[in-house]
Design a protein around this ligand. Structure first.
Ligand SMILES: [Zn+2]
Length: 230
């Protein structure tokens, strides 16, 4: 009895130690964040908006189960990462469409990387399928506004999804998001295009990836212009 009780006690304390170790490991990031590259140090953090149980805006007229913002933002983020990696180290807040992250998770992760900028990639939504424009959002004026304006300048040269000329624009505006407010570095939310637009949906769903690449290239140019001046 003594021996059995003793080994049970040892096992119990080992189990408790494992539980504590496990709790520490996930304390920094919520469950679902495992695919983040923990320990990544970089110049740029890319945050693919939404993910996991949060699809973001959906265009149900295109794609097999609708065109989902969480999938499109990750697609653009991966393309942008590949473009930036010639010059910069890049960290990603998420790498899978199955990941659910809070805005606090995203900012907390960004703050561990030592990055100079955080770019949170989104596509806008509207009930009007004719609505399409590009804009950027900033949190703290002094921290974020120059980045928001520079990236907006580059996004403004994105070709319109339909017809000729450039996409319509809305000037950068202030938005109280945890991604912006809780991050230590200049941060911007880019509402690149309206995923709910008929013309954008058609382009994004055509299977070539050309529209996603165009968006990634405009973001790259904006980020590089900002980083070369700051
Ligand atoms: Zn979004």
């Amino acid at each position: 009895m003594m021996a059995a009780s003793g080994s049970l006690k040892v096992w119990a304390s080992m189990f408790a130690a494992l539980l504590i170790a496990g709790a520490c490991a996930i304390a920094a990031f919520s469950p679902g964040a495992e695919a983040q590259e923990i320990g990544c140090r970089g110049d740029v953090v890319l945050d693919a908006g939404h993910g996991g149980t949060d699809p973001g805006a959906v265009n149900s007229r295109y794609g097999l189960n609708g065109l989902k913002e969480k999938e499109q933002t990750l697609d653009v983020a991966e393309r942008l990462k590949a473009l930036l990696e010639d010059k910069y180290e890049v960290c990603m807040t998420r790498a899978l469409n199955s990941e659910t992250l809070s805005n606090s998770d995203r900012a907390a992760y960004a703050n561990t990387t030592g990055a100079k900028v955080l770019v949170s990639i989104h596509m806008n939504g509207s009930t009007n399928p004719a609505t399409d424009y590009t804009t950027t959002l900033y949190g703290k004026w002094r921290k974020d506004k120059a980045l928001a304006q520079t990236v907006f300048g580059s996004l403004s040269t994105l070709p319109a999804a339909e017809g000729t000329g450039a996409i319509a624009t809305r000037a950068p505006y202030s938005f109280a998001s945890g991604v912006l407010l809780k991050s230590n570095m200049p941060a911007v939310i880019v509402e690149t295009v309206f995923i709910t637009s008929n013309a954008e949906g058609k382009l994004l769903a055509n299977g070539t990836g050309a529209r996603q690449q165009q968006i990634a290239e405009k973001l790259e140019a904006g980020i590089e212009t900002y980083l070369s001046a700051h």
